[in-house]
Design a protein around this ligand. Sequence first.
Ligand code: GCW
Length: 687
Amino acid sequence: SNPKYSTCWLSYKPIEEIEYVQEIEKFLDQIVLLEKNIYFQNAGNELKKALCALFGTELRLSNSININIDSGIILGKVTDERLNNFITDEERKEVSEEGFLIKVIDENKRKYIIVASKSEKGIIYGIFHLINKIILKTSLKELNCVENPKAPLRIINHWDNMDGSIERGYAGKSIFFANGRVKRNYKRILDYARLLASIGINGVVINNVNVRDKAIWLITPKYLNDLSKIAEIFRLYGIKLYLSINFASPIYIGGLNTADPLDKNVQIWWKETVKNIYSYIPDFGGFLVKADSEFNPGPYVYRRTHADGANMLAEALSPYGGVVIWRAFVYNCLQDWRDTKTDRAKAAYDNFKPLDGNFSENVILQIKYGPMDFQVREPVSPLFGAMEKTNQMIEFQITQEYTGQQIHLCYLGTLWKEILEFDTYCKGKGSYVKRIVDGSLFGMKYAGFAGVSNIGDSINWTGHDLAQANLWTFGKLAWDPDKKIEDIAREWTILTFGDDKKVVDNILWMLLNSHAIYEKYTTPLGLGWMVNPGHHYGPNPEGYEYSKWGTYHRADIKAIGVDRTSRGTGYTLQYHKPWQEIFDDINKCPEELLLFFHRVPYDFRLKNGKTLLQFMYDSHFEGAEMVDKLIEKWEELRGKIDEEIFNRVYERLNMQKEHAMEWRDVINTYFYRKTGIPDEKGRLIYP
Ligand code: GCW
C-alpha cells in the first residue's frame, strides 16, 4: 500500500549503475539472522524490503544456527562466536553499546556482508547505515566500518498538544494526539520511528514541555495503555519514549495541597506514579521538565532549588533506569523594559551554575544552544563548560520558529555545526561544545542532544520539503558531531533526490547558503528579536521592545544594541578566557555577534570599512536579492525532480521572496527613520 505521505530519505529507488549492482549482487543470496528476537527480525525485514526495492531481488530471510552459506548478509552480535573467523577481538572491542560494525568478507568461496552490533538496539542502526551506504554506491572496501554514536542521548522533543495542535509547529497537526486523545494511527508512527532510527535517534518526548490540561494526565492509567502501544512501536526501532510532566502534578492529579519536592507525600506520590508508568512501559525513558519557566510551576514556588526539584524526580526514576531531563530555560518573563539592569541572556547561567555538583547522577540539564531563545544567531550559551559536575544536553530547535517557519528555506546544519565546534576553553584549548555534549570532556555518563521536532501530519512531514534536511542533520550530528556538514547535507540530498549532479550541486548550494541568506535579510550581527509578537513570523522592529520578555535592542537615533560587556550587564563574564576579553572588545568581538554584545553607534566602522548603518542596508538588500538565486537554482531543476515536490518547494520559495522583501523594507525603513541617513547607493528605502 502506498502511504499518503512522503517516505523522505527512505524512498528506495532501483539502483541503475550496472557495475555497482554487479558488485553488490554477489552478496544478495540471503539474509541470515544469528539472533532470534523481534529486533533482529525487524532489522532483517527492513533490510529485505530495501534490497528488494533497490535491486529487485527478493532475499530469503532465515534464522540460522550455523553459517553454512556461500553468500549472504549476516546479522549478528559482535560477541557471537560464530563470527570468530570474521571479526577480530580488537574490532569487537571497538563496538559500543549502541554501535555496530560492518565487515565485508569477499573471498572465493565466501561472500558475506556482516552487520554486527553489541546490543539489540545497535542492529537497526547498522541496517539503515548499510542501506544508505548502498544507495550512495559506496564501494565494498569502504563499507567496512565501526560506527558508535558519540553522545548517549539523542532525543527528539515534540511540542505536541493533546488537542492535536503543535506549539511552534509548521507542518500540520500532531501525529500523536487529537481531540484530547492519543491517536491510533500506528502506521504513521511506525514510519516516523523508521525515519528516526535511520538517523540514529534513541529517544522521543511526544508531548509539549508546556504541560497543561489533559496532558498533565498522560502519566496516569487513563492514557498509559495507549502510550504503551506507541512505546512498543518505538522500542522496535531502538527508541525510548519519554514524557514531559507538569511539576505540580501531585496537586492536579494526586489531590495533594503541595508539590514541594521536599514534602514526603509529594515524594511518595511521584514514586507511586513512576512505578505505575514502568508497569506499562518497562523501558520508559524518563521525564522532561520545564519548571519555573514561562508560567510553568517549579521548585521556586516552594523556595526550593532546581536541584531539589530534579533530584526528587530522579530518585523516583532511578530504580528503573529512568532519567530526568531538566530544562535550563529559566528567566524572568515578567521583566519591565525600563529595567536595564536585568539581562535575560544571563539568566540560565545565574540560575544553574551555582547548583553544579548538586544534581543526582540521572539528572541531565537541557540547555538551549544560546542564552536567549533560538534566534537566527546567538553566541553559545556560557553554561556549556560552566558545570563540570553536571550532565548536559544541548537543545536545538529543528522547527523553524524564528528561522522562517518552514516557509523560508533555512538549513540549520551550518549554524549547529558552528555551535558544536565552539571552543569553550573550560579545560583549556580544545574544550569544544561537541565534547561537552557527547559527555567525553568531563566523562559524564549522560550527555547528548535534544531537538525540537519540525514534523507534523502533513504530506511531506515538514511543510517545506527541504526542511526534512534539518531533521536528518540533527540526527546525524547527534550521532557524530565531528562529521563534515557538507557531507551530511550531500548524503541527505542524494538519498532524497538521487545523485544527478545538477540536482545535488544546486540543492547543496541552496542548503548551505540558506541560513546566511535568511540572516542577512532578517536580523544580522546578532540582533535578533525583530519579529511579530506571539507567532514570531515576519518583521516587527519594536515588536518585543516594550514587552515583558526581556528581549530589547534599545535602538535610539544614535545607536542600537545592549552592552553586555563587563562595563555593561556583565554577561561576557560568564565566559572563560579568552572569550571574556574577545567578546568584551568591540574591535575583537566576532562581527556576526556584534550587536549581541555591544551597543554600537550607527556610524561605527565595521572591518570592511562600512558603517554599521550602511552594513544594515546592504545586508538587507543583498539578502533579499539572494533569494532570487535560491529560486534560480531550484528552477534549474524543473523536470529533474518529482513535479509535486518541485511545485511545493517552488511555491514556498516564492513566498520567501515576497516575505524577504518585506523584511528588507521594514527593517531598512526602521533604520532610515531612526537615523535620517539615506543609503549610500541610493536604493529605495521607504521614508
Ligand atoms: O521559543 C520559546 C517558544 C515557546 C516555547 C519556549 C520553550 C514550548 O516561543 O513556544 O514553549 O520557547 O522553549 O519552552
